[in-house]
Design a protein around this ligand. Structure first.
Ligand code: HEC
Length: 136
């Protein structure tokens, strides 16, 4: 609870994709919440969507962290497809939902990237990049 904030919008409540339990999204030690992350937590909108520089960084992060399982074009191998528009978890269609999956993990090989050391800002960049894969 934020006391006396007086802000217009309620912050987004993130939930774990497997059991819908509240997901506490907090910075790692030494992680400074970027403006993009702060804004995302209030609006649920990814400020990096379509941003050229963020997409370049997101691509690099995707190549290192995701493509072994989801393939370079996102069509999926060990991990499910990220480009077909059909989702195992419906919420993956939204940026908040995809963030929940990256932050909190899903099942099997899809482990929490927060625990693997990825910052929330990096997750937003990866998400922006994944969204860009669909539009070819
Ligand atoms: C070691 C393999 C592996 C890696 C690395 C991996 N994933 Fe996954 N991913 C999976 C598997 C397996 C699933 C299916 C999980 C399940 O069924 O609960 C999955 C599911 C997902 C989903 C949910 C898709 C849906 O249809 O609902 C998203 C989104 C996703 N991964 C994104 C990513 C991103 C982005 C990265 C890199 C930051 C990544 N994954 C890295 C294996 C992986």
């Amino acid at each position: 609870m934020v006391l006396g904030a007086g802000a217009a919008a309620e912050p987004i409540v993130f939930r774990h994709v497997l059991d819908n339990s509240p997901l506490e999204v907090k910075p790692r030690p030494n992680e400074v919440e970027s403006e993009a992350v702060k804004s995302f937590k209030e609006t649920g909108k990814n400020p990096y969507a379509g941003e050229e520089q963020a997409l370049a960084e997101g691509k690099r992060l995707y190549q290192v962290n995701c493509q072994a399982c989801h393939l370079p074009d996102g069509s999926g191998r060990i991990g499910s497809t990220l480009i077909a528009g059909t989702w195992k978890y419906e919420r993956a269609a939204t940026d908040v939902g995809m963030f929940e999956i990256l932050y909190g993990g899903a099942s099997g090989a899809m482990q929490s990237f927060a625990r693997r050391g990825m910052t929330q800002d990096q997750m937003l960049k990866v998400i922006a990049y994944v969204r860009s894969l669909k539009k070819t």
